[in-house]
Structure formats: structure tokens, C-alpha cells
Design a protein around this ligand. Sequence first.
Ligand SMILES: Nc1ncnc2c1ncn2[C@@H]1O[C@H](COP(=O)(O)OP(=O)(O)O)[C@@H](O)[C@H]1O
Ligand SMILES: [Mg+2]
Length: 244
Amino acid sequence: MTTAPQLEIRDLVKTFGGVQALRGINLQFAQGELVGLIGPNGSGKTTLLNIIGGYYAATGGEILLDGMRCNGRSPVELARIGIGRSFQVTKVFKRLSVLENMLVGALALPGSSRREAEERAMAVLGSLQLMRLAHQPASGLSGGQAKLLEFGRIMMLHPKIVLLDEPFGGVHPDLKRFMYDRIREWNAGGVTIILVSHDMGSIFGLCQRVVALSYGDVIADGLPEAVKADPAVLEAYLGDHHAA
Ligand SMILES: Nc1ncnc2c1ncn2[C@@H]1O[C@H](COP(=O)(O)OP(=O)(O)O)[C@@H](O)[C@H]1O
Ligand SMILES: [Mg+2]
């Protein structure tokens, strides 16, 4: 029995003025996959996540979630139907408390009372070791804690698919291991994860499948070891100084 893909990307094109950021991407993701998305700087990784998350409109092609076309929807609508997203540059509301930050997205979901949302937020903060900071302003968080808060905000939305853009940038190794465990836990619960990272140790330590982009095209897609050894991937990274 073959299972239908949960997320399907068909002939996706994105141009910015004269720049072709994505040149007709085709990808399928099954529910519960943990996929690494790699590629040199400027290869289109963030653009791809931005389109899947509804932050950019595609120039061409389509995105299907559970067989339903979902491009053109707003990030809020997509969050409601199960797509959660982190950002390369962490977005935290600095003047709100940590708990209030957790509630911002969750209260936009249908059917959740503030009390229920707060209870859930406190439980999630507990799992992220942020409970004691719940009533502190988010401006006081360290960079690493802010990244955890961003994870927490995604968890509040009960996503089916989580898109993580460079979650480990500048993160202390101990915290990185803590984040790995959270990502594995999410994934073990059936959540599909697409992870963009320059940190090859993280990609190869976490992912069962790796997709490589170069100049807006998929140049390799498969088992981590095979992608790592793929000549097209090695060539794409030659001269890319972030890939060391
Ligand atoms: N908002 C934008 N406006 C114009 N060009 C953009 C924009 N976002 C990305 N690009 C261009 O699209 C290409 C892919 O960028 P990006 O998706 O950020 O790559 P990556 O995340 O792999 O480093 C680059 O050439 C980049 O300059
Ligand atoms: Mg990027």
C-alpha cells in the first residue's frame, strides 16, 4: 500500500524581479518524516519555507496539503490547518511576557478559551524549562531561550507540519542537544518536520532524509549518507564558505 503524500510541492517557481529563487521544485513529504533541507547560501531554502508557510506568494506551481491546494492562504490560515513555522531571525514580542508570547497565536485558533490556552502554555513552557520565566518580559530572554520560546509558540498551534529555519544558529551546544530532543519528541508524536540548517552535524544527526537545493533546484534527495556523497552536492558547496 502506498500512502498519499501529506505535503506535495508541484513545479514551484518563485522569482524576485530578475532573480529566479526557485526554478520549478517538485517534492513530496509523507506524514511523520523528519527531512533536512540543505544548500549553499542563496539556494532558495528560506524562500521555499516562506511559500509553504504562506509568507510569500508563489510565482508558479502549487502546494497541496493532504491533497488540498493551499497556496494563496495567509500564514494564519495555514497555521490553523497545521503548518507551523520558525524564523531564521527569531521573532519574539519583547514587551509581552513569555506567557503572553505563547498565547498570541494560540488565541487566534478556534475553540480555545484563554484559561485552557494558559494551562497548555504553562505545560509547554515546563517541557521547555521556561516555566519560571513565564511572567517575565520576553526582552529578558537569552538568544537561546528566545529560540525555545519560538518552539513553544509553534507547539501551541498543534501543527501537523513544522518548518524550522536555522534553529541552531548561535545556540550553545547544551541547548542544541536540548532542542534536538524536543525535535525528536515532536517527530515521534507524528509531526512532519522540515529542518533547514547549515549545521551539518545537526542535519545528519537528526534527519532520515535530506533534500539539497542549489540555485533554486533540487539537486539531491534521499538518504543522508547518499546525499552527502553526491557529486552534485559536493560541487554546489565548493566555494560556499558557510558549509565548513
Ligand atoms: N524578499 C526577497 N527579495 C528579493 N530577493 C530575494 C528575497 N528573498 C530571497 N531572495 C533571493 O532569492 C534567492 C534565494 O534566497 P533564500 O531563499 O533566502 O536562500 P537561502 O535561504 O537558501 O540562503 C537569493 O538570490 C536571494 O537573494
Ligand atoms: Mg535562509
